[in-house]
Design a protein around this ligand. Structure first.
Ligand code: SF4
Length: 311
């Protein structure tokens, strides 16, 4: 009840809707929990900037005005220049663009901001250093410190939205991960008070490569975690993805969620036409964006497609 009232006071009856757009599933890193991991024999694909635009326009047709661009880690194929070009191509059509790609230096983030990107999402995945080393076997992502400081570099470069999170179930003790996510969010809120800070609470799902979560978080514990986060950090944005099943997503809306993805594809391509590329993970909520928006309205909430415009 307290979490619900706190959320209402701070955010009203609004839920921001967004969609992930996967640019590429190429990756040179080896992360044990991820379907895109370098060792996995999967169909790989990288969209051209023109194909990215086609996908974005399809998402726009479905109502979206905020897109999260996602890619694996491949500094040659998914280069700085490629990312800048994708952002520049989309910016005239999409008011809000965020990035969830490999971490970069401040100068690169500055280029991306100038191109029209306003948000940066970097999941630390796990805050436990031993677990981090055990699941990130190869690639640039092995550098814990460099990744941890990425949201600060992004904010320093002008990103006005910062998203962080941990993959719940990766580390044996999810409660300590939750505390670390909260402490990180609190620190970012203090340091970058002009930026909007949000967290995501993805629970690990089976992925290509046969990964099974070691310590799955139950539904009751998940609800408890969401309420605790809301009470600790009343201004925090909380994002919930289509990894979670429809009934649970609907039930969590009043408790503190502020951002929902909808109608998601986790493979490159797939919105404007069928794609044979491998998805990053299975999704549970397969409802269309219109169906999710209708559910929100039926529950007395306003689906918010757009709350930002560059001038
Ligand atoms: S989590 Fe990221 S870096 Fe690791 S394998 Fe997947 S796409 Fe690559």
């Amino acid at each position: 009840m307290q979490a619900h009232e706190t959320t209402l006071r701070r955010f009203g009856r609004t839920i921001h809707l967004f969609a992930p757009l996967y640019l590429s599933n190429e990756c040179v890193s080896t992360c044990t929990y991820c379907g895109f991991s370098a060792g996995n024999e999967i169909a790989r694909r990288t969209l051209t900037p023109a194909e990215v635009l086609t996908e974005a326009l399809e998402l726009q047709r479905r109502g979206f005005r905020h897109i999260l661009l996602v890619a694996g880690e491949h500094a040659r194929i998914i280069s700085k220049d490629y990312l800048v070009e994708c952002v520049q191509t989309l910016a005239p059509h999409m008011p809000s663009l965020s990035l969830e790609v490999q971490v970069w230096d401040e100068a690169t983030y500055r280029r991306l901001v100038e191109a029209g990107c306003e948000g940066l999402v970097v999941y630390q995945e796990t805050y436990d250093r031993d677990t981090y080393a055990a699941v990130h076997l190869k690639g640039k992502k092995r550098n814990y410190e460099w990744r941890l400081a990425a949201p600060d570099r992004g904010a320093a470069a002008g990103m006005r939205k910062l998203g962080i999170g941990a993959l719940l179930g990766l580390h044996g003790d999810w409660r300590s991960e939750a505390i670390a996510v909260a402490a990180h969010a609190q620190a970012l809120t203090r340091r970058w008070w002009r930026s909007e800070i949000s967290v995501a609470l993805p629970r690990l799902r089976p992925a290509a490569g046969g990964y099974e979560p070691a310590d799955p978080v139950g539904d009751a514990e998940f609800v408890q975690l969401l309420c605790a986060l809301r009470l600790l950090l009343p201004d925090l944005g909380v994002s919930l993805s289509t990894r979670e099943p429809p009934a649970l997503r609907d039930a969590l809306v009043p408790l503190g969620v502020t951002h929902l993805s909808a109608g998601s594809h986790t493979e490159p391509g797939g919105y404007a036409s069928e794609s044979d590329a491998e998805p990053q993970f299975e999704i549970s909520d397969t409802r269309t964006p219109a169906e999710v928006a209708a559910m929100l309205r039926d529950s007395g909430y306003d689906p918010v497609w757009k709350d930002w415009e560059r001038t």
